[in-house]
Design a protein around this ligand. Structure first.
Ligand SMILES: [Cu+2]
Length: 425
């Protein structure tokens, strides 16, 4: 019941989607009005009703993917994209999921966190034969739970997940939501070793990644979470990367209300501003939206950067002007960076137009209403505005802060004032 009512609301909002795509992120596929969840930069997979069974069809295949303008790769995914489309269904549904393998090697799908017969669990060799290239398998089971779940291969999974094969599987509660949810967002976190100048993510890398993504996108291509002030918002976050990610929201205390284990009873809700979403876990957070532009990001500070080398000498505080002059006689145009911090990087790339390697994003980028954001990777903005229509997800632009509510410069003298300092020991 809830699902179909919400479907109408979402349907009303989909006409606005083109505008969102132009304003910030390229939304690769139209979101279908088949569910109530807004998958950031993604879509929900439509189904066909066949004799009381909801039949979905996933196709595992190679996809041409863009992380953000300036960075593309050959990835593997489902139905034309990475992550695959979100599957939405309702507790009690009987679902049949056809899986066609158009990859060059065998695959399978594990329905991560979903209670089902052992033979449907998708571990190739253990629960079923692998799905060979060209074959289609059918999975069928009845949903006996609700919550935020995921799907991914369980055949050569190190490679197949490293190159993008994953998706969300969201099950709505049978009786509707106990607490009204006005906007329901979802994203999956992942990491990629897309070395500068290359076009294939390297599956052999274990920890040192170049790109940190929400739904396989990096800032500034991750779409904003657009919300009307006062609405109750849920954000569902899943992690199929190789790191744990502390997800931090500005401007709100949210409640952690659920996980792969479904919506938690109220007495288990926790009030937080940062929630670690561990590898292989999902978390649902909820909050009542406060007007403003609020950062939503991973708090591992390297995870809000795009491609960078990590094995570099530390020149912070070094005097490099002289050695720069010497080096420039050997390498014309060569310039060191980092002796005064790294924020000059964005300036070098965007103002001085210094060229990086092919197919490689600058480490930090993004322009806000007050200057450079110096961000990348797992970073986006929750844009809360009064008076939006239900289902209107169009990017409203930057927040117009009320008078006298923006931090401002009051002196340009470094000796200004008499701030207390601790005594030298
Ligand atoms: Cu992180």
């Amino acid at each position: 019941m809830t699902l179909s009512r919400r479907s109408l609301i979402v349907a009303a909002g989909t006409t606005a989607l083109g505008a969102v795509a132009n304003a910030q992120a390229a939304v690769p596929y139209p979101q279908k009005a088949v569910g109530s969840v807004r998958t950031l930069n993604g879509w929900t997979l439509p189904y066909k009703m066949k004799n009381g069974v909801k039949e979905f069809h996933l196709v595992a295949e190679e996809v041409d993917h863009e992380f953000a303008p300036g960075s593309r790769a050959k990835c593997w995914g489902y139905n034309g994209g990475t992550p695959g489309p979100t599957i939405e269904a309702v507790e009690g549904d009987r679902v049949r999921i056809l899986v066609t393998n158009r990859l060059p090697e065998a695959t399978s799908i594990h329905w991560h966190g979903i209670l089902l017969p052992s033979g449907m669990d998708g571990v190739s060799g253990l629960n079923q034969p692998a799905i060979d290239p060209g074959q289609t398998f059918a999975y069928e089971f009845t949903l006996r739970q609700h919550g935020t779940h995921m799907y991914h291969p369980h055949a050569d999974e190190m490679v197949q997940m490293a190159v993008g094969m994953m998706g969300l599987f969201i099950i709505h509660p049978a009786g509707g939501e106990p607490e009204r949810i006005d906007r329901d967002f979802a994203f999956l976190m992942h990491n990629w070793a897309l070395r500068p100048g290359t076009f294939r993510p390297d599956p052999s890398v274990m920890l040192d990644f170049d790109l940190w993504t929400f739904n396989s996108k990096v800032f500034p291509a991750i779409e904003p979470l657009v919300v009307r002030a006062g609405e109750r918002v849920r954000v569902r976050v899943g992690n199929l990367s190789m790191w744990n990610h502390p997800i931090h929201l500005h401007g709100h205390q949210f409640e952690v209300t659920g996980s792969d284990g479904g919506r938690w009873p109220r007495r288990r809700w926790r009030r937080e501003v940062t929630e670690i979403v561990g590898v292989g876990q999902t978390r649902d957070i909820e909050f009542v939206a406060v007007p403003g532009d609020w950062a939503l990001h991973c708090h591992m500070s390297h995870h809000t950067m795009n491609a960078m080398g990590h094995e570099i000498p530390n020149v912070l505080g070094a005097s490099i002007a002289e050695s720069d002059a010497d080096l420039q006689s050997l390498v014309p145009g060569m310039m060191n960076m980092g002796s005064d911090g790294m924020s000059a990087h964005q300036e070098h790339v965007e103002i001085m137009k210094l060229q990086g390697p092919d197919n490689t994003l600058p480490m930090m980028t993004g322009e806000g209403p007050h200057g450079a954001l110096e961000m990348g990777g797992m970073f986006t903005v929750v844009k809360v505005r009064p008076g939006l229509d239900a289902g209107d997800f169009r990017d409203p632009g930057w927040y117009a802060a009320p008078a006298n509510t923006v931090a401002r410069m009051i002196s340009e003298d470094p000796e200004f004032g008499a701030p207390p300092r601790r005594l030298k020991s």
